[in-house]
Design a protein around this ligand. Structure first.
Ligand SMILES: [Zn+2]
Length: 220
């Protein structure tokens, strides 16, 4: 089947071309690739199409490098048995380091939040990744989060628990629950200062904002 020629005067599709492209279905495997990409966070259907077409333009070697990188990361990276951040070793380098302050635990929602703290370099304690925040509508209750594991760690002689959980209503509810569960334990409980915009993702907060929020942390 020959593609109708483009109108040279206007550089736009002729009615025949429009009809041709309208009738031309997306090949099933390409459609499948677009669907896979559109399931990724922050990627809409349009961006997914753009990425899929970009992949089609790559050499087979580049595509194999890409798929290998995905498979390798998935196979090698797992949650640390102590703090649950993503790592290739167990315990992770932070939990294993003799230079870290073991009397402080900074509690975050997800592994990627840790990078924002580490980039500033001001914090030398340990971390604990909860795996999310309370969100009953999404089916995330206390048992879906790693709160029992946190309680277990705190009971082994920790001086301060820093609840670095962002500023969403879900984060507030999670902080409240952890505070209640810590009960009479003498451990100091702090929250980040309110320098971080409401609803923002800690992962994307810049270093200075994070540093100020951290240094100005307040007791619960
Ligand atoms: Zn760890």
């Amino acid at each position: 089947m020959r593609l109708p020629k483009q109108n040279p005067r206007f550089g736009i599709q002729s009615p025949e071309q429009k009809l041709f492209f309208h009738l031309m279905p997306t090949p099933p495997s390409l459609d499948n690739l677009i669907r896979e990409f559109s399931g990724l966070p922050g990627i809409g259907r349009k961006s997914a199409r753009r990425i899929a077409y970009h992949v089609l333009g790559l050499s087979l070697d580049s595509v194999q490098d890409l798929t290998h990188a995905i498979t390798e990361a998935k196979e090698r990276v797992h949650p640390c048995g102590t703090c649950f951040q993503f790592t290739e070793t167990n315990p992770c380098p932070i939990c294993a380091s003799p230079r870290r302050d073991r009397t402080r635990i900074c509690v975050v929602e997800k592994s990627s939040d840790i990078e924002a703290f580490e980039a500033g370099g001001a914090y030398q304690g340990l971390y604990h990744v909860l795996g999310g925040a309370l969100s009953p509508l999404d089916g995330i209750g206390p048992s879906e989060l790693r709160i029992p594991e946190l309680m277990q760690r705190v009971s082994q002689g920790v001086a301060e628990v820093i609840l670095a959980l962002g500023s969403s209503p879900e984060a507030d509810a999670t902080v409240l629950l952890i505070d209640r569960m810590l009960g009479a334990n003498a451990v100091r409980r702090t929250r980040l200062a309110r320098g971080i915009p409401v609803g923002s993702d800690l992962e994307f907060v810049d270093e200075m904002t994070m540093l100020r929020a951290f240094e100005g942390r307040v007791s619960l």
